[in-house]
Ligand binder design. Structure first.
Ligand code: GLN
Length: 305
């Protein structure tokens, strides 16, 4: 049997030299004050065992990891019709890039770049009378933590500096691919990005994707097995932005990252693993977190390939 606890402790020890490298996201000023050297990691297996190391229960800003949950709500609401408004190809560009949108008539490449997430947010706004409550309730159930909440200071900080996202939303709306006012879409998007979760929350909160779309503790069918398989495929190809190829090469599992320094991955039918270290590499993924997940798949011998 795999000794996950020993492996996590080894990883924590081995990544220490990396904690001084990379840079905390400072384009959202509230995130710039998070200590650089934080590190946490958690694994939850399908049979409910939890393993953790470091600051695994400390909540941090999930940022783009929230895009998994809004995508889930959008798929629950409109299923495959979503793909008329957003694509499923890696973009090969930065997560907040504008360039492709003009060439591709306001149809974002995939749901995980910011442009795609704004369209998904628009779909959730149309489908729900109380989108914030619905999203929060969904995340609390999936993570089995009813104390989870957003961090309004992070949302305010991002809104005050969110010129690029505002540009993206306005541009998409000019092509008719947003139905709600830009301000409303941005407010919901900044809200989702400001949700705060720990590695333990995130590992628990992604376990439904390792379990054919079913939440192991509530028994809820969150997504059909077919949809869960496809969300995992999208995470593999687009979940770590324009580093997705390199991430698949080095780590070998579907994963979603955020500029708060979190990365969550799943090994279907086995486990979910979450890591947090705030300093990012040039592609906007946690530097030590990416290395920790590479060590994890190497030491456990687990990978989807
Ligand atoms: N809120 C961030 C943004 O829109 C999320 C980006 C990310 O986590 N990659 O820029």
């Amino acid at each position: 049997m795999t000794d996950f606890q020993t492996i996590l402790d080894e990883i924590h020890h081995e990544i220490r030299p990396l904690l001084a490298q990379g840079a905390v996201a400072d384009y959202i000023p509230r995130l710039a004050s998070v200590p650089h050297e934080k590190f946490g990691m958690a694994v939850v297996t399908l049979d409910g065992q939890l393993y953790q190391t470091g600051a695994a229960t400390e909540a941090f800003s999930v940022q783009s990891i929230s895009k998994i949950y809004t995508l889930t709500l959008a798929l629950q609401a409109i299923g495959d019709r979503l793909w008329q408004r957003v694509g499923r190809e890696p973009s090969g560009n930065a997560f907040n890039s504008l360039v492709q949108l003009e060439l591709e008539n306001g149809l974002p490449r995939n749901p995980f770049i910011n442009a795609g997430a704004l369209v998904v947010a628009d779909v959730v706004l149309a489908a729900s009378a109380q989108p914030r409550t619905q999203l929060l309730t969904e995340i609390r159930r999936r993570a089995d933590n009813h104390g989870l909440r957003d961090d309004p200071e992070v949302a305010i900080s991002e809104k005050a500096h969110g010129f690029r996202n505002a540009a993206l939303a306005n541009f998409i709306r000019s092509f008719g691919n947003l139905d709600h006012p830009v301000e409303e879409v941005l407010d919901f998007y900044f809200y989702q990005c400001s949700l705060a979760m720990s590695c333990v929350d995130l590992a628990r909160g992604f376990l439904f994707l390792a379990n054919g779309g079913r939440c192991p503790w509530t028994g809820d069918t969150v997504l059909s097995a077919d949809q869960a398989k496809r969300v995992n495929a999208l995470m593999l190809t687009c979940g770590t932005y324009d580093a997705a190829g390199d991430f698949a090469y080095h780590v070998g599992m579907p994963a979603k990252s955020g500029v708060g320094g979190g990365i969550v991955g799943v090994i279907p039918n086995r486990l979910a693993v979450a890591v947090w270290s705030p300093a990012l590499n040039a592609k906007g993924n946690s530097l030590a977190g990416s290395a920790a997940l590479e060590l994890f798949t190497t030491k456990t011998g687990m990978s989807i390939f």
